[in-house]
Design a binder for this molecule. Structure first.
Ligand code: IMP
Length: 428
């Protein structure tokens, strides 16, 4: 039975939500296993567009169970708002949504920390986080002493824990900004608010680790939905300009508790070009008219933060690295239509570092900053392709472009996407 994983192979925003939405029809369970409400998935279904952040994309199919696993960091207010928004649009959210009691909870002090610390990276360049408290919550998870998991919110000592942590955070936070700001978090108010969230979420809370282990052992079809992209992976991405979780394929097991050996297929999602939000090196960035053209045609503005995304050419060195890292079997090339007006297209096939040509993706951010991309130029197709539904009907130059991407990444193409709608999908 298929256990499939969908993972982004660039810096996030590869349109994973669309592929997950298509695949949900063949799966019993859809699982989010890392990240939090820093993620933004757009699903267009029945002519309507929905923006999801924490709720797995399977929510639009009533017979699919949607699991938010323990590796996710949970902002309960954001989750409840999303549930309310879906319910208001007649999307049923009941026992089809299951949330792990192991998920770590984002509190107001995490937002404060995100804001105060993002500017303080040595060297002065900000990570440019989404300011959703993601990094600080994961930091407390690893640090343990100030961590609160969803399951803790139903325990008798919850009030005491909140009082203890609030007091400590009120002491610590001003130090993060050299005392420039006073921080007075109110324990009683936070306890009242979070008890309310806990009560509203209680019908959804379960031990999802055991739920998923039971599911794989009874051969259910499971779809793991990665958030962000592999280049933002905390361990294997462009550190420190990364997110705080394992956003490559390696995160499935730690985030969900399901051993990697059960995953039978990994689908890597790539844009036909590259984008990045926030700080950090981006070798193929086009901070020029071409970049602006891609941004306008691709509507490259953040789903969550609305920030304009940085845009550039397809980077095959990076994509080949992340396809290997995530154990990718096949790739989907998304937003191919966005390139339709450009007379020629460039693909980065190698880097030059200190005068030497390499196809190895550097492990240190300083090296990545210094690489000079080596480009191959391919002719554009200069034609609208949004109504095409068969590979054979694509213009020759579009076929050649995706074939070259496939060759360079070293993986076969399963899908080419030519528009946001479910129907605008070409299967190989
Ligand atoms: P954080 O995840 O909010 O800590 O942000 C860390 C970095 O990851 C920043 O560069 C963000 O812009 C980036 N990031 C986080 N989530 C996403 C996403 O869903 N898409 C694209 N970039 C993201």
């Amino acid at each position: 039975m298929p256990v499939t994983c969908v993972v982004g192979l660039q810096w996030g925003d590869e349109a994973k939500g669309k592929i997950v939405d298509i695949l949900t029809a063949k799966h019993d369970i859809v699982v989010r296993y890392q990240g939090g409400s820093n993620a933004g998935h757009t699903v267009v279904t029945g002519g309507q567009s929905y923006k999801l952040s924490l709720v797995p994309s399977g929510i639009f199919r009533p017979d699919v169970k949607c699991v938010v696993a323990g590796g996710v960091v949970l902002n309960p207010a954001a989750l409840l708002e999303e549930i309310d928004g879906l319910t208001a649009r007649q999307v049923a959210v009941g026992d089809n949504l299951i949330v792990s009691d192991r998920a770590h909870i984002i509190f107001p002090w995490h937002f404060e920390e995100d804001r105060l610390l993002d500017k303080r990276l040595s060297g002065g360049e900000a990570i440019g986080t989404t300011l959703r408290g993601i990094g600080p919550c994961y930091r407390d998870k690893v640090g343990r002493v100030f961590a609160v998991r969803l399951g803790d919110m139903y325990r008798a000592d919850f009030r005491q824990r909140i009082e203890h942590i609030t007091q400590a955070k009120n002491d610590i936070l001003p130090g993060l900004c050299g005392g420039a700001e006073r921080v007075r978090l109110d324990a009683a108010e936070i306890h009242r608010q979070y008890s309310d969230y806990a009560e509203r979420l209680s019908p959804h809370v379960a031990d999802t680790t055991v739920y998923l282990l039971d599911a794989v052992e009874s051969e259910k079809n499971i779809l793991f939905e990665g958030a962000q992209g592999a280049l933002l992976d905390i361990d294997h991405g462009t550190f420190p300009f990364v997110t705080s979780s394992n956003s490559s394929g390696v995160g499935v097991s730690s985030g969900s508790g399901v051993p990697g050996r059960y995953v039978s297929k990994v689908i890597g999602i790539l844009k036909a070009y590259t984008t990045r939000v926030g700080g950090g090196p981006f070798p193929t960035e086009q901070d020029n008219e071409t970049g602006q053209h891609i941004r306008d045609r691709g509507n490259e503005y953040g789903t969550v933060t609305k920030r304009p995304r940085r845009c550039g050419w397809f980077d095959a060195v990076a994509a080949r690295y992340t396809a290997r890292l995530s154990g990718v079997d096949v790739i989907c090339v998304m937003l191919l239509d966005v390139l339709g007006e450009l007379p020629e297209l460039k693909v980065c096939t190698a880097y030059e570092l200190d005068g030497r040509r390499t196809t190895r993706f550097p492990s240190h951010v300083d090296d990545l900053r210094r690489v000079v991309p080596v480009y191959e130029t391919l002719p554009g197709w200069q034609q609208e392709i949004t109504d095409i539904r068969q590979m054979d009907d694509l213009p020759e130059n579009a076929k050649k472009y995706i074939a070259r991407i496939s060759q360079l990444v070293g993986r076969p193409i399963e899908v080419a996407s030519v528009g946001p709608d479910r129907e605008q999908t070409i299967f190989a």
